[in-house]
Design a binder for this molecule. Structure first.
Ligand SMILES: Nc1ncnc2c1ncn2[C@@H]1O[C@H](COP(=O)(O)OP(=O)(O)OP(=O)(O)O)[C@@H](O)[C@H]1O
Length: 284
């Protein structure tokens, strides 16, 4: 499916939650949607999922607007941070309702995940712990097999092992059946390696849209004596630098080859460092 975002604007009173943003998502990929608190990510995802209307501009999905468009919304699954399900429903009923709604629903995957996350089918949503409720969201998101699946911080209360399970199954399912997956998170260090393309929203505007490999190859971690490194980085944008025992390591925008030519030790910058820097820099 193709997502076209054209001059999208959402105002709450005088505040622009989204301010005239435009971009396209055309390929099945795992997209990382990043940005500081209040940047406008959730607002974008809610408009995409047809849950709210923009104040201006539009999102077109295969040429159609998602709001009030049942045919389209059954191709989109948005799992939010919480409050995804009615509190009085049982786990079994939640799964049943979504299985009717999503035409590609994968019943056996839902069953596998219910076992993996030890969910009791008869339990009511209101009796679940925060982490269990998040796992139910993850199950619905994955089993929906919606061509556009959107996760907005879907794992509140989930421990590290349960999150890892989610990432592993998400990747496995994505490899079997590529689709557009949009993932918004503040736990960048945990998931950045999954991202194929990164979008950064800042103050309602699109600050960056870039292939994750290109981002990676445009930054280099250099190490050497303080003088050597300071000299190398003097004309570059520095992401981070640290000194230990007369040696310095710096992360900068630049290419590996030029660092190696100057005799410095050079390697890739961990992508999470890069993204944390980019989201913070744009917010500065
Ligand atoms: N229903 C609403 N009424 C008023 N203002 C709102 C509403 N929803 C969002 N906003 C405002 O719009 C801006 C963008 O909010 P949004 O929730 O989209 O940000 P976000 O990037 O998802 O943030 P976070 O990472 O903290 O979840 C914020 O300033 C927020 O206060």
């Amino acid at each position: 499916m193709k997502i076209e975002v054209k001059g999208l604007t959402k105002k709450y009173g005088n505040k622009h939650a989204l301010d005239n943003i435009s971009f396209n998502l055309e390929e099945p990929k795992i997209y990382g949607l990043l940005g500081r608190n209040g940047a406008g990510k959730t607002t974008f995802m809610e408009i995409l999922a047809g849950q709210i209307l923009p104040s201006g501009g539009e999102i077109l999905i295969d040429g159609e607007k998602p709001f009030d468009n049942r045919k389209l919304t059954e191709s989109i699954c948005l799992i939010k941070e919480g409050a995804n399900f009615k509190q009085d429903l049982t786990v079994k009923n939640v799964l049943k309702i979504y299985s009717y709604f999503y035409p590609n629903w994968d019943k056996s995957l839902a069953e596998e995940l219910v076992n993996e996350y030890n969910l009791e089918l008869k339990a009511k949503v209101k009796s679940l712990s925060k982490g269990m409720e998040s796992s139910l969201g993850i199950i619905v998101g994955l089993a929906s097999k919606a061509p556009i699946t959107v996760f907005d911080e879907p794992y509140i209360g989930l421990d590290a092992a349960a999150r890892k399970k989610f990432y592993d199954i998400l990747l496995r399912e994505y490899e079997e059946e590529p689709r557009i997956i949009i993932f918004s998170t503040h736990l960048i260090d945990e998931v950045s390696l999954m991202f194929e393309e990164v979008l950064i929203i800042q103050d309602g505007k699109l600050a960056l849209q870039e292939n994750a490999d290109v981002l990676r190859s445009n930054a280099v971690a250099v190490s050497g004596t303080i003088d050597q490194v300071e000299h190398f980085i003097s004309d570059k944008e520095v992401i981070m630098k640290k000194q230990i025992a007369g040696m310095m390591t710096a992360y900068v925008f630049g290419h590996m080859e030029s660092a190696i030519e100057t005799g410095l030790q050079a390697e890739g910058v961990p992508i999470q460092e890069l993204m944390i820097y980019l989201t913070e820099r744009k917010g500065a």
